[in-house]
Design a protein around this ligand. Structure first.
Ligand SMILES: [Zn+2]
Length: 468
């Protein structure tokens, strides 16, 4: 077994320069998915990936969608071995503002061991690690030790419309089978996140969900003079602050009835793993420019950010906001706000509890409209999951450092879609760094991490095979 892997790793070493050149040629294509002016380059990028899979004898499908094409590819079948679904995206964020780039976004440049270009880390560089690891196995051994499927879209940065239609079964006729059969797998892998810090790789095993709302309040039929009318009718701005304030108490506990029902509490083991990361609250405060951290009582900063639900107002409007004073009693007020959710919480329960508490706190003479903008549950993989253990082993060998297990406070919709449609967990194996600037000027990716990620991926296929 080990010798088999040695050959693969040698092959990777010998091809390192070529991988970088391939990465650079992919980065030269301006696959800005959201801007129709770049449609040709988006398709050319898809074609590059499609042809790559052809060159390593994978079975590959080019799937046209309502938006940009999806590339599906799979390794030659291996019986009695697990199947891994690798997701990635070949579109990139627009590079604006261009003047803040030190070198042009689509002319990859190497500085201090990093490649600078739009898409370097998000997600071309990270995604390619899995393509090259498969190439190594195919060229060196003629096959992979497990089944690997690739599902690569071109609209991740602009809403994934085509992918969502595909997952909803809209293209089943074109692909010749139900989409859940095409994508059927035992576990999914995505490399589109970050390490815990430089030299400290991480496996992200949990994500929070989100529930986003808009609240609109209407009072009198026009803006009123606050001297002539104030005190005799409800003021929508006062009502809004009162209603929003009712949603959370001073200890950071959300007051929506039923909100905490069903939450999967952190185990002692997980709390210990978080504590072992020695998160530096003082440095965090300094970085954010605040003189205190604050959140739900009895939880650490990492627990609050990764594994506890939250309520945050995202926008507020009402009344006069110009220069000087205006004695107005505004006719309307509104807010956008969102909850971050954790595994176990029910969207329906949050919704009905929210409607109830807002109605209870809505003063007389105010009409309220509550708009459900979008919701997605949180998800978490058990830290005792055997696939996760294989991944940890692979990353340890690939990077030479044991990875830490972390969660992320954000949401990745495709992870939830895989859970719901395919019933599988997703392992987020992030090779990037927090300061890679994925959506900003001077996006970068460490070429050493690019190579370590490729090694880890090649080892992962072996680790998963040996467990089956
Ligand atoms: Zn991405």
């Amino acid at each position: 077994m080990e010798r088999r892997l040695d050959n693969i790793l040698q092959w990777l070493d010998a091809n390192r320069k070529r991988f970088e050149q391939d990465l650079f040629s992919l980065l030269k294509l301006a696959s800005i998915g959201t801007d129709p002016a770049y449609d040709d380059q988006v398709r050319e990028t898809g074609k590059w990936i499609h042809d790559f899979f052809g060159s390593i004898d994978f079975e590959v499908k080019w799937i046209e969608t309502c938006g940009h094409p999806i590339i599906f590819a799979q390794s030659p079948p291996v019986d009695n071995a697990p199947t891994v679904l690798v997701y990635g995206h070949y579109d990139v964020q627009p590079p604006d503002p261009l003047e803040l780039w030190d070198t042009p976004p689509f002319e990859p440049a190497v500085r201090n061991g990093n490649v600078y270009a739009r898409g370097a880390t998000d997600d071309k560089g990270q995604m390619l690690t899995h393509l090259f690891s498969c190439e190594a196995w195919m060229k060196e051994k003629g096959s992979l030790p497990i089944n690997v499927k690739f599902f690569i879209e071109g609209e991740e940065e602009s809403g994934s419309k085509g992918m969502n239609e595909m997952l909803a079964g809209k293209y089943d006729a074109d692909i010749g089978m139900p989409v859940n059969e095409l994508l059927a797998a035992d576990v999914a892998v995505i490399s589109d996140t970050s390490q815990y810090g430089p030299g400290q790789p991480a496996i992200t095993y949990g994500l929070r969900g989100i529930y986003y709302w808009e609240l609109r309040l209407k009072g009198p039929n026009r803006d009123l003079h606050s001297g002539a009318f104030g005190g005799s009718v409800s003021n929508p701005a006062n009502a809004l602050t009162h209603m929003l304030d009712a949603l959370i108490d001073g200890d950071g506990r959300i007051q929506v009835p039923g909100f905490y029902d069903g939450i999967e509490e952190l185990s002692e083991k997980e709390r210990q793993l978080f504590a072992d990361l020695n998160f530096d609250d003082a440095a965090y405060m300094k970085e954010l420019g605040v003189d205190a951290i604050h959140g739900e009582k009895d939880f650490s900063t990492l627990e609050r950010r990764w594994a506890r639900p939250t309520f945050d107002i995202n926008g507020l409007w009402s009344g006069y906001q110009g220069e000087g004073a205006k004695t107005v009693l505004p006719a309307e007020a509104g807010a956008k706000f969102s909850f971050r959710l954790v595994p176990g919480q029910s969207l329906e329960k949050v919704k009905s509890g929210l409607e109830q508490i807002l109605k209870e706190n809505c003063p007389p003479g105010i009409q309220m409209e509550l708009i459900d903008m979008h919701g997605a549950s949180g998800c978490v993989v058990s830290i005792d999951n055997p696939f996760l253990k294989s991944a940890a082993e692979a990353v340890k060998k690939g990077f030479g450092v044991r990875p830490v297990f972390i969660r992320s406070g954000g949401s990745i919709p495709v992870v939830l879609a895989f859970k719901e449609l395919l019933g599988i967990d997703t392992m987020l194996l992030g090779w990037g760094l927090d300061d890679d600037n994925p959506h900003s000027p001077n996006e970068k990716f460490s070429l050493d991490d690019f190579f370590r990620g490729t090694r880890s991926s090649a080892i992962l296929w072996q680790e998963l095979a040996s467990k089956s």
